[in-house]
Design a protein around this ligand. Sequence first.
Ligand code: UDP
Length: 254
Amino acid sequence: MARRKKVYEGKAKILYEGPEPGTLIQYFKDDATAFNAQKVEVIEGKGVLNNRLSEFFMQGLNDIGVPTHFIRRINMREQLIRQVEMIPLEVVVRNSAAGSLSKRLGLEEGTPLPRPIVEFYFKDDKLGDPMVAEEHIIAFGWATQQDLDDVVALALRVNDFLSGVMMGVGIRLVDFKIEVGRIWDENDYQRIVVADEISPDSCRLWDVKTGQKLDKDVFRHDLGSLSDAYSEVARRLGVLPAATPVPVKPSLIN
Ligand code: UDP
């Protein structure tokens, strides 16, 4: 079998050429990184869990008419996606204060916000993904005002969907990050879609009753087993049956 062509390799995923033009295969690795890749570890089974969880969230969004790049899952670690033109932003939506917002504004972690807040960060590892305002984004041509209006509307729809789904299984969605891209339809109309992944790597998820963290903060701050936390999220959502061990051996990935 011919070797697949690698298009891009990031910290947690690899993109390969897809079977048809306009498609890509997204492969989920087990690598965990934090603090701009200063902390790195391999967490067996993380890629399998994130592939499943991202499928669950993206398919759910597609089903309610919120456009995403997701087409279908191929196997334990890979999914078929639409190739999009990425907008170089991390779009963060916050429902409660935590992380960098708490630090910047001196807000206690967990303080509910008066309304969801949408923030933009310029995706650039060398610069440490600095926060930017709409002014910068428009002035430097990363996106237009119309694009940004669409991105904010999309991010808030994702927030409503994810908050509801998580609340249904006793989990509080504190904040999350999405990445977005452009696709063009057959009439050359541009559409902004959710791309990349939605998983506990890019969300803050707290148990409603106990406040236990079920997201990447477990890894960032050494709070216990990351795969146990992600498995718990998957189990509650019915993505993995309760007793299914997460396969970790490469020979099991198909
Ligand atoms: N986030 C992410 N990737 C990043 C930065 C942040 O997925 O490079 C997510 C993070 O997991 C959290 C939300 O975005 O759910 C807000 O993160 P914050 O700005 O508080 O930064 P952090 O405290 O993670 O440095």
